[in-house]
Design a protein around this ligand. Structure first.
Ligand code: ADP
Ligand code: ZN
Length: 207
């Protein structure tokens, strides 16, 4: 199954994508993870995009499209995949349509105030790429999976979050209409307990 997960930052998109990856046994392709890995490893791409990400701005479409196109051509994507964080612009969606046939687009809907509250408590583990929420952590600094040091992502700072939500509503929101017209969009209320949201997603995919 070839899936896209759409949703504003902080709707739990990444968490849902990880669960689907484990349950459906198909790779999760997160452009955000790919970019952060390049920044961490100080690759030429990483050095080029570091400041953009810190400011909450987008990586240019041509760079992003080329990376995803190459990634989807790898053999582990043959039976399907979950796209998390791509496409984010109409140009990216049109490019994707030119080389892939997507089965379903899950749209996780979240209210901005709920999102800001959620992201303020988000912690990230650079060692294992895990994302957690302070409300469910015993310690705000220790990764419950690998024991690594948890950090607040640069782009989770409130100012940056507001900027990202603004960017989302102007550039990514039009994708909802784009996929609705194609009859591929399924909208789910993301402002609920993670397990309930996930159950809804599975129910939608079974149809
Ligand atoms: P989120 O927490 O919003 O899911 P991601 O981890 O997906 O954030 O992405 C982090 C950052 O990486 C974005 O703010 C943006 O700068 C960049 N990025 C990720 N995916 C894309 C994309 N498809 N197009 C352009 N920029 C992207
Ligand atoms: Zn960890």
């Amino acid at each position: 199954m070839k899936l896209i997960l759409l949703g504003a930052p902080g709707t739990g998109k990444g968490t849902m994508a990880q669960r689907l990856r484990d349950d459906l046994n198909i790779p999760q392709i997160s452009t955000g993870d790919i970019f952060r890995k390049n920044i961490k490893e100080e690759t030429p791409l990483g050095l080029q995009i570091k400041d953009l990400l810190a400011r909450g701005e987008f990586v240019p479409d041509d760079i992003t499209i080329a990376i995803v196109k190459n990634r989807l051509a790898e053999s582990d994507c043959a039976n399907g995949y979950i796209l998390d964080g791509f496409p984010r612009t109409t140009a990216q969606a049109e490019a994707l349509d030119s080389f892939q046939n997507i089965d379903c687009v899950i749209n996780l809907h979240g209210e901005p105030e709920a999102i800001i509250a959620r992201l303020a408590g988000r912690r990230f583990c650079p060692a294992c790429n895990g994302t957690f929420h302070t409300s469910r952590l015993q310690s705000e600094t220790v990764c419950p999976v690998c024991g690594g040091n948890l950090i607040i992502r640069e782009d989770d700072r409130e100012e940056t979050v507001r900027k990202r939500l603004e960017v989302y509503s102007t550039t990514t929101f039009p994708l909802i209409e784009y996929y609705e017209k194609k009859g591929k969009l399924r909208t789910i209320d993301g402002d609920r307990y993670v397990d309930d949201v996930y159950d809804d997603i599975l129910a939608v995919l079974k149809k």
